[in-house]
Design a protein around this ligand. Sequence first.
Ligand SMILES: NC(=O)c1ccc[n+]([C@@H]2O[C@H](COP(=O)([O-])OP(=O)(O)OC[C@H]3O[C@@H](n4cnc5c(N)ncnc54)[C@H](O)[C@@H]3O)[C@@H](O)[C@H]2O)c1
Ligand SMILES: [Zn+2]
Ligand SMILES: [Zn+2]
Length: 394
Amino acid sequence: MKALTFHGRRDVRVDEVPDPRIEQPTDAVIKVTSSAICGSDLHLYEVLGPFLSKGDILGHEPMGIVEEVGAEVSHIKPGDRVVIPFNISCGSCWMCERGFFAQCETTQNRDTGKGASLFGYTELYGSIPGGQAEYLRVPQAHFGPIKVPDEHPDERFLFLSDILPTAWQAVAFAELPDDGTLAVLGAGPVGQFCARIGHHLGAPRVIVVDSVPERLEMARRHGAETVDSTDVDDVAEALIEMTSGRGPDGVIDAVGMEAHDSPAGKAAHAAVAALPDAVANPIADKMAVDRMGALRTAIKSVRRGGTVSVSGVYGGEVDPMPMMEMFDRGITMRMGQCHVKRWIDDILPAVMDDSDPLGTLDMTTHHLPLDQAPHGYEIFQKKQDNCIKVILHP
Ligand SMILES: NC(=O)c1ccc[n+]([C@@H]2O[C@H](COP(=O)([O-])OP(=O)(O)OC[C@H]3O[C@@H](n4cnc5c(N)ncnc54)[C@H](O)[C@@H]3O)[C@@H](O)[C@H]2O)c1
Ligand SMILES: [Zn+2]
Ligand SMILES: [Zn+2]
């Protein structure tokens, strides 16, 4: 089959690879119809290369049609239309029973000291072949796949694989009081859905921060106030000013480790990415610093006693944190990979609603054949051609 594979920093290619097949009785194989590129894939493309091998198949936002199931898979059958959550969880271990699906102890990566396995997300998370491919082997398929109706375009359901539940979790973790104001840093696909879900769950005011005009325009189209970070001297001060001098009650960091405006961090990233893998791995895992511009803004702007909710991915082990600010202001921080299936029942009514309250059909800017995936990565990373979200069609 054809699949999008990693070859090096900013070098991904569509290669011929062996077809996946059922290996365990709990596996399924799906024929992929749509597979999105995520901001998390951009971290692989730019800075997390030391944890990938040449030929690794990327992608963790797939959906498609069930081709074949193992003997222990009964809730789906060949021909069903399914969305595949990006984390691979068993549904029945101690963590899964408590809804911590991103920490599943059955698929946990104890040798690397990480949580549950993820599709297409490095040797740290199990080196599981990803879904930007014609076919995908789905481990733990007796639990993971989400069955969706046959009607409506893929886009209506595809984002259940990751960015819709990720945004839902980010808003839930922000613990807004009634009438609370939500600020969202980053107007990528995750930030866009955070803002829309914030409104949907009752926040009267949502303020979105970014510097990319078409992304800010999309946020306004869905009811958010916006701050262009290039228009203000200090984003945190601007947010505090907009909220009666107090700061937003909840601030979501939907940016992660590659934030703009952290020159020191950027130099450290470039230095690590340029090292040979054997040298770079321990450095990147044990000593790396993230580019923390957005996280610092979140911590400096949230009102005293408020909550910073981090959905952006971080990977540094020794990131310097402004502890005095965090302690004195008495903030709460919540973060982590999304526990996808924990939120699906909450989100499905909105996704099934024909008025499309979360705007699933107003997110994707580019539909590309799988062959053009390398172009998709490039324009998404460089924000060219007004690119906000790319869906690949194998
Ligand atoms: N926790 C999870 O389970 C989970 C799931 C999906 C994605 N993510 C992470 O969420 C983050 C966002 O994903 P995405 O797909 O929206 O990516 P994206 O790269 O499209 O969006 C990031 C946005 O942040 C903006 N930005 C950069 N620096 C900023 C700053 N200092 N202040 C404000 N905005 C800034 C960029 O212009 C961009 O629009 C990534 O880190 C991704 O890895 C996490
Ligand atoms: Zn993702
Ligand atoms: Zn489990």
